[in-house]
Design a protein around this ligand. Sequence first.
Ligand code: ZN
Length: 382
Amino acid sequence: VACAGAFTLAPEEFYVADALILCQGERVTAVGPRCRLEGETAGPVFDLGQAVLAPGLVNAHVHLSLSHTAGRTELGRGFLAWLKSLVPLLREKPGRTLLSRVAAGLAAQGTAAAGEIAGRWTGDVLEALAAAGVESVSLLEFFGFQGSGTLDWPMAAAEIPPERLHVFGHALYSTRDTLLQAAKAWAASEGRVFSLHLAESPEELDFCLTGHGPLASFFAGHGLLPADYRPPGLRPVAWAEALGLLGPGTLAVHCVQATEAEAVLLAATGTSVCLCPRSNANIHVGRAPWEAFLEAGANVCLGTDGLSSNTDLSLWNELRYFRKRYRGRLDLPAALTLVSANPARALGLDTDYGAITPGRRAVFAVLPPDVLAWSREEKTRP
Ligand SMILES: [Zn+2]
């Protein structure tokens, strides 16, 4: 593949101008300047002209199974209003045509892989992703205060190829702590990813600290919260830490209500953090301390979340939104790592994705012209 430039995001050579990427089968075998590699291939050359490439994008957090809720949830009025509008829609099954269209849209945006929260309808979602050529990391969801708190595998587990099965604990406010611990323990022993929604809304903060507030009333009203429930009286990040849920192999999603000190803690434990800036803004739960996470050196990823709280599943749009509002310097390579190298690492995909380098899969994203223009902007900035 020949192109005007490639952000390889590989430590040896972050950017290669006038690049040639040699591939065999599905894998990259070499990448470098065209003048150096031209003699090394007898195969056909696909010349992409002025295109500049990045590694195929990786969406760290998405709910494809909620695609049918697009435009039907209550946005802008806080977490509980949004949740109340979403719950009745969970009974509906997303159509296969819709799933195919959404999955094809991911691929068209240069998305190579996605961390999909898996539950009911997983078979249909995986089929749509496979047909679109998007690799899926299935994070099977555990939810609820019922049961013994041991891992009771739902039916959907059987629909997921065992080597791509990972686990997702819905949240501290919705799921028994011992169940979250069991999911984390299984993931740690099997070398799989454990992920959870963490510190998303002010209501979650209230729930964890006091056991009261609108979320507690909502869950109690639905018979989903045991009458004898006692909260830990800790902030969400501190509670997750006390339960042993953080650390390498954990992907914490949202972290809007994290303090700067908690951002440092998450980074220090090796927990990956997925920010979903547009979802948070749309639901109106606040803005995570983005800069604190990056400054603390956390493995920060961007995710689109589902169409239940976002207008589209484009990581380019997520990145545009994020960069525009980021308070500080975020150069183009650093921005690209948030949607490729970092989420690939967080989802355990870094032997296949996240860089254009020998051995990785030959799946690339074309930089949109306005994103490419960021590098010119950076050069002219005093
Ligand atoms: Zn989510």
